[in-house]
Design a protein around this ligand. Structure first.
Ligand SMILES: Nc1ncnc2c1ncn2[C@@H]1O[C@H](COP(=O)(O)OP(=O)(O)O)[C@@H](O)[C@H]1O
Ligand SMILES: [Mg+2]
Length: 328
């Protein structure tokens, strides 16, 4: 159930104070460099692009925080499967537990540190689904300001970072609103199919609600087509029309289109590696011949299509950085 958002309801930041106060009257300004990858449809590349964008930011030397507000823990960075990063002391933050606890206890986020140099992460997972029920109960008692719960949990640690990247969940309006209330930019990925285009209608509705009622700083940074054949230009033109019809005629559409490359994308995620990291394994890859001879398994073969995938993802991230810099 979406949160009702009465006009003008605001809450305070909690600078220097571990307990958040949802009833005070100060608005929360989102970090300058904070971006949500969101649309109301699963399987369009939100989590993949959010993880790669955060990793690219960190690699460029910016202190970056990735917050995964999604019930599905894709673990693109290999945090759970390969135990990457330094876990904070105290209760586990894995499987969305850390996000749930911070909102439930009204305490600052406790990320996993240095999952890669300069990159900290609040992982998503099963417990994120429970946040919806918690928000609903709280809305009855405390009003619509609870939509700022994540912004409040982020505010005390936000000064530690140059950039904050949010992955978002398509499954619930309340979770979509929660990330939109905490960020400055929304970037909308889409696939070319009808239902992905329809998925943009929901994020568009939540964008307008949150912007008019709790987070006036929120801006539509643009949209991009993900996982599509670069030569299908006529079809792309028709999808771009649909995007503008749904998100607004002035919506910027990025030029880079990352192709559909199922094998390297799937393998990289399984290994908890970014596309660029996986591409670095290519020179030492096993061959099909090695597999036939029983010296290696198919999991040891790095497909050479990873090179194009890594290159396109790098180009996409560069375009997103340039684009948000221009919007600012
Ligand atoms: N360029 C790509 N080509 C093909 N499959 C991809 C590509 N990028 C990601 N995938 C795969 O597509 C699926 C959906 O991607 P994901 O990022 O999880 O989408 P969302 O977060 O929107 O649900 C995942 O299995 C992912 O590994
Ligand atoms: Mg996802």
């Amino acid at each position: 159930m979406p949160l009702p958002l009465p006009c003008g309801q605001r809450t305070s930041t909690t600078e220097g104070h571990p307990v958040l106060n949802p009833s005070a009257a100060q608005p929360i300004e989102p970090p300058d460099e904070s971006i949500v990858f969101g649309t109301g449809k699963g399987g369009v590349g939100k989590s993949t692009v959010a993880a790669h964008h955060a990793a690219a930011s960190a690699e460029a030397g910016h202190r970056t925080l990735l917050i995964c507000v999604t019930g599905q823990d894709d673990d693109d960075l290999g945090i759970k499967r390969y135990d990457r990063g330094t876990r904070p002391e105290g209760p586990s933050v894995i499987d969305g537990q850390g996000l749930y606890d911070a909102i439930h206890d009204r305490t600052p986020l406790r990320p996993i540190r240095e999952v890669r140099p300069n990159l900290d992460v609040m992982p998503g997972g099963e417990m994120v689904g429970e946040i919806d029920g918690l928000l609903m109960l709280r809305t009855l008692k405390e009003g619509a300001g609870v939509v700022l719960s994540l912004a409040q949990a982020l505010a005390p640690i936000a000064p530690l970072y140059d950039r904050v990247v949010f992955d978002s969940a398509p499954e619930k309006d309340s979770l979509e609103q929660l990330v939109l209330a905490a960020a400055k930019y929304l970037m909308v990925p889409t696939r070319s199919d009808e239902s992905s285009v329809r998925g943009m209608e929901r994020i568009s509705k939540n964008f307008k609600l949150v912007k008019t009622q709790v987070n006036p700083h929120l801006q539509m940074a643009g949209a991009f087509l993900y996982g599509s054949n670069g030569t299908a230009t006529l079809m792309h033109a028709s999808v771009f029309e649909d995007i503008r019809a749904t998100l607004g005629a002035g919506t910027s559409i990025l030029e880079t289109i990352v192709g559909y490359r199922e094998v390297p994308a799937r393998n990289a995620r399984k290994k908890g590696l970014m596309f660029g990291e996986y591409a670095e394994l290519l020179p030492t890859s096993a061959t099909k011949h090695d597999v036939k001879a029983g010296r290696a398994t198919s999991a040891d073969v790095v497909p050479d299509t990873i090179l194009s995938l890594a290159k396109e993802m790098r180009a996409l991230n560069q375009e997103i950085f340039d684009h948000t810099r221009r919007s600012a």
